[in-house]
Unconditional design. Structure first.
Length: 619
């Protein structure tokens, strides 16, 4: 992948420094052949890689800087990336310290190393589009855009953290600040760390702040929104050959339409289909393509494609990643790259900014129960449902009991009431020795901290703040970044422009989700621009029919089941739990259990690519 890496605080010879940074930088360019640049001395080193004008590296006296992404500075007279921005940031950091960070805009990862490695500043953009991971070791600090780069430094130890394995099984990805390896920490959105005098200071220079009481008329909001959409697309068009993902949803269709409008000519769009009823949305993508007159391309992913791609997926990620939609994302990016596209525009972010996920409406329904006076809830409804004879045999009453049971769970825990790990005793799932090494409360503790510390009052905006980190940065952006890296194509996210992010923060909650209508403002503001069929279609997503395919496609099923048998030997999950999961999937609950099996299969295949892992190795 493109990005940066480096270290500071060690004492090496010049040759040792060069050998160390060259080894670390290998993962940055292993798939897309990005050109690499290094700066080394005996106490610090930096490397950067990027396609096109995505990076800059500079040395000035006892200071060095590397920056990657699409950053721009709001300082008057500041140079652009590739024209002296790195040196400018060194000078400004010396003058104003951490106050230099809010002047940076757009996606970026930054490393400043001053005073011969004694003062290090790391930072990333406001939405963690460009990730950065670091680890402190006895002699200094090691950091990089990829955990694989960190692990190639001689001072780092690639020991896998059992807590992160537990968290992965809970979320199907590694959530929050901690990485999969012990001691690894990931910068949060708008985050920084400063390492000076052997001491580490961590914080954020930016935080999403939701303005709950904005009062502006719809027409004015609509005009501003349309202008910001155009600005967001315009900002990421960089002179390369551009195409767009086109799923047929509102976000990707909007990006394709705006790009067509700005360019004045047909744009290249790319869609993935599945020959499985209930999963394929190619018809909506075709509707958008016809509406905007795009040069449309399609590919239908098959179980054989999945079988071919799974080993590459496990090997390419620097942490286990169980989101099966990575597969169609890769094939879409691969199709675009074969067609000569250099930069793909993704529509990611619209749901998390404007209220598009089904759970927002679901949790709103549950919140209605909280509005009932406590005396009625506790003194009438709950006792009545508890003692009503034969309640479980009466459909309406059974649903009412289920509703009340879930509604009584406080937020944000209620959002994970469906989770397999919350619906079964952990002692039935995990081996005792493994369970003794983890804090089984940590996943929900992390979730609660973000929810409760959100700069928002409404439940909806608190959920949106959660999704900016856990759903967008940890999951969706990681997926698209990695799959585009594998395909050798750059990716940009116009929906995540700072203008649109700020606009969404001031948009009233009741315009994001009005009643139970998701993305109400977004859709109404684009009515007439997007096809009616896309405005009114039910949200679907980019799901993969993996559970069904694993049930019906024998080679894929064999890979999945055999891989789970290998996972038994790692003493993480109980053998009986794995056997029951396979039996439930085989017996007809393919769609329900397929995601769990896929996630565990990816975990085992990923662990096989990291055989030096401590604490979870086969015995």
């Amino acid at each position: 992948m493109s990005g940066l890496c480096g270290w500071a605080g060690f004492s090496y010879t010049q040759d040792e420094s060069l050998a160390s940074i060259q080894r670390m930088s290998y993962p940055l360019a292993r798939y897309d052949d990005s050109p690499l640049e290094w700066i080394v001395d005996q106490r610090a080193a930096l490397a950067v890689a990027g396609l096109g004008s995505q990076n800059e590296i500079h040395r000035h006296g006892d200071a060095m800087a590397a920056i990657y992404g699409r950053p721009r500075s709001s300082d008057p007279g500041a140079p652009s990336l590739g024209n002296g921005l790195a040196r400018h940031l060194i000078e400004r950091y010396r003058e104003v310290g951490l106050d230099v960070l809010p002047t940076l805009h757009g996606p970026f990862a930054l490393a400043l190393v001053l005073d011969n490695g004694r003062d290090v500043l790391l930072s990333i953009d406001r939405l963690a589009i460009c990730p950065l991971t670091y680890v402190t070791v006895p002699m200094g600090l090691v950091f990089g855009s990829s955990a694989d780069a960190l692990n190639l430094h001689p001072g780092a130890v690639a020991a896998i953290d059992t807590q992160s394995i537990f968290n992965y099984i809970y979320f199907h990805m590694v959530p929050g600040d901690a990485g999969i390896f012990r001691g690894h920490q990931r910068l949060p959105p708008g985050g920084y760390v400063r390492f000076r005098g052997g001491r580490l200071e961590a914080g954020t220079y930016w935080k999403m702040s939701y303005q709950e009481d904005t009062h502006r008329d719809f027409a004015t909001l609509k005009r501003e929104f349309h202008a910001l959409l155009r600005q967001g697309v315009r900002e990421v068009v960089d002179g390369t050959t551009v195409g767009t993902f086109l799923s047929g949803g509102t976000d990707s269709s909007t990006v394709a339409g705006i790009l067509t409008e700005l360019g004045g000519k047909p744009v290249r769009t790319y869609s993935i289909g599945f020959d499985v009823p209930g999963y394929d949305e190619i018809a909506y993508a075709r509707t958008a393509a016809r509406h905007f007159g795009t040069l449309h391309h399609e590919y239908f992913v098959t179980p054989g494609d999945v079988l071919d791609f799974v080993p590459k997926l496990a090997a390419s990620c620097d942490q286990p990643f169980g989101n099966a939609s990575a597969v169609p994302t890769y094939y879409c990016a691969h199709m675009a790259r074969q067609d000569g596209v250099e930069t793909l525009l993704g529509g990611d972010g619209g749901d998390e900014l404007f209220g598009g996920n089904e759970r927002y409406a679901t949790q709103k329904i549950f919140s209605w129960y909280e509005a009932i006076p406590a005396a009625i809830r506790n003194g009438l409804i709950q006792p009545f449902l508890a003692v009503l004879p034969g309640a479980d045999r009466i459909s309406g009453v059974r649903k009412a009991k289920s509703y009340v049971t879930q509604a009584r769970i406080p937020m944000p825990d209620r959002m994970h009431s469906y989770n397999l790990l919350n619906r079964n005793p952990h002692e039935r799932i995990f081996v005792d020795d493994f369970l003794a090494t983890v804090d089984r409360r940590q996943p929900l503790t992390m979730f609660r901290e973000v929810y409760e510390n959100a700069d928002a009052r409404s439940m909806l905006n608190r959920m949106l703040a959660l999704d900016l980190w856990f759903t967008l940065a940890n999951n969706d952006l990681y997926k698209v970044n990695k799959m585009c890296e594998l395909a050798g194509v750059k990716v940009a996210y116009p929906m995540l422009s700072e203008g649109l992010v700020s606009f969404s923060a001031m948009l009233p909650s009741n315009l994001k989700v009005k009643g139970l209508k998701l993305r109400y403002f977004f859709k109404e503001a684009l009515r007439g621009f997007l096809p009616k069929e896309i405005i009114e279609k039910k949200k679907h997503g980019f799901g993969l029919p993996i559970g069904i395919w694993m049930q019906k496609h024998q080679p894929l099923q064999e890979l999945a089941y055999d891989t789970l048998q290998a996972l038994k030997a790692r003493k993480i999950l109980r053998r009986e739990f794995i056997d029951q999961l396979v039996e439930d999937h085989r017996s007809g609950f393919a769609a329900h259990y397929g995601g769990e099996i896929w996630s565990l299969m990816i975990l085992e295949l990923w662990l096989q690519t990291h055989p030096s892992a401590l604490g979870v190795q086969s015995r």
